[in-house]
Design a binder for this molecule. Structure first.
Ligand code: AR6
Length: 171
């Protein structure tokens, strides 16, 4: 039985098969969770990321976890919020879906996501939570490799939003 677990914490500390990074299209690091992951993984991560020569919004790339407890890091640039009429929901769906597909391809059973696009990229939290959880739940229904997906919320407001969206989804 595969499952979604919503937790509060720092994604860089998790010992899972893969953590996902809310990156930008350069894949060369930044602020927020991206900065935290690059600092914790060490400089080898930037060397590995440079080889991709960037990544389009909604696509995903995978590297080793280097100094992290996680085996892999999956990097995906989520959409920047521009009011909701620029394909943001589809692009956010793509980020979650393509990250999970890459995780399954690499035989990852446990995957952890941060709340993609809801920090610097200003995607409204409630709407982002709905897209995230719907995409993850649909993926898990149709996939036998990934067993557990952790939604890692950094702050209490994010945690509450994902818990509420999860309840709505299971009504
Ligand atoms: N563990 C889990 N979640 C975290 C952590 C952490 N260690 N640190 C921050 N968060 P953001 P975005 C949360 O801004 O909106 C970067 O500069 C944070 O509180 O990291 O997709 C990239 O390079 C928020 O809930 O990502 C891009 O340029 C969530 O992670 C841009 O920001 C996402 O916030 C991407 O913006």
């Amino acid at each position: 039985m595969n499952k979604i677990k919503i937790i509060q914490g720092d994604i860089t500390t998790l010992k899972v098969d893969a953590i996902v990074n809310a990156a930008n299209t350069t894949l060369r690091g930044g602020g927020g969770v991206d900065g935290a992951i690059h600092r914790a993984a060490g400089p080898e991560l930037d060397v590995a990321c440079a080889r991709f020569h960037g990544c389009n919004t909604g696509e995903a790339r995978i590297t080793p976890g280097f100094r992290l407890p996680a085996r892999y890091i999956i990097h995906t640039p989520g959409p920047f919020w521009q009011g909701g009429h620029h394909g943001e929901a589809q692009l956010l769906h793509n980020s979650y879906y393509n990250s999970l597909a890459l995780a399954a391809q690499q035989h990852c059973e446990t995957v952890a996501f941060p709340s993609i696009s809801t920090g610097v990229y200003a995607y409204p939290l409630d709407q982002a939570a709905e897209v995230a959880l719907t995409t993850i739940a649909d993926f898990l229904k149709n996939n036998q490799v990934v067993q557990t997906v952790f939604m890692v919320c950094f702050d209490p407001r994010t945690l509450t939003a994902y818990q509420q969206a999860y309840q709505e989804l299971n009504r």
